[in-house]
Ligand binder design. Structure first.
Ligand code: FES
Ligand code: FES
Length: 166
């Protein structure tokens, strides 16, 4: 099936099989490998991206379901190649990553969390990110990073033509 999805501000048209998952469309058709696959069974959150502004686990969505929609991946979050999104900066400042495998999904989920609740408590951050697993168990600093970022304005400027990873 032919689908057209606006990804990080750019309309992308591709032929996909009806069973293709959104995460594989993003990674394999578009080469945006910042979105990771951790489990393929909706358990880990490594594949989290934004679909029409909502945080979703992209291994639970068919690519054809995203036809006509807007997707933001971790590559499209930063405002420029030389500037990080405030959430990415907060993760760096607070050492909110170890191996980094969960990080793109954590960051995307955390941005959504603050959009819904701009001033969360620590408990609310922990509850809000409970669908995202960190195999390095770095939760303490991840939560610190989200709380630190909550003190700044968080916007999500979808950036056209982006290609780098987190
Ligand atoms: Fe999608 Fe784990 S790869 S939730
Ligand atoms: Fe390694 Fe989270 S930093 S899985």
């Amino acid at each position: 099936m032919e689908i057209t999805v606006t990804v990080n501000g750019v309309a992308r048209t591709a032929e996909v099989e009806p069973r293709t998952l959104l995460v594989y469309f993003v990674r394999e058709h578009l080469g945006l490998t910042g979105t990771n696959v951790g489990c393929d069974t909706s358990s880990c959150g490594a594949c989290t991206l934004h679909l029409d502004g909502e945080s979703v686990k992209s291994c639970t969505v068919l690519a054809v379901q995203a036809d006509g929609c807007e997707v933001t991946t971790i590559e499209g979050l930063a405002p420029s190649d030389t500037e990080m999104h405030p959430m990415q900066q907060a993760f760096q400042n607070e050492h909110g990553l170890q191996c980094g495998y969960c990080t793109p999904g954590m960051v995307m989920a955390a941005v959504s969390l603050l959009e819904e609740n701009p001033a969360p408590t620590e408990r609310e951050v922990r509850l809000g990110l409970e669908g995202n697993l960190c195999r390095c168990t770095g939760y303490h600093n991840i939560v610190k990073a989200v709380l630190a970022c909550a003190e700044q304005p968080v916007a999500e400027p979808a950036r056209a033509g982006s290609g780098g990873a987190a």
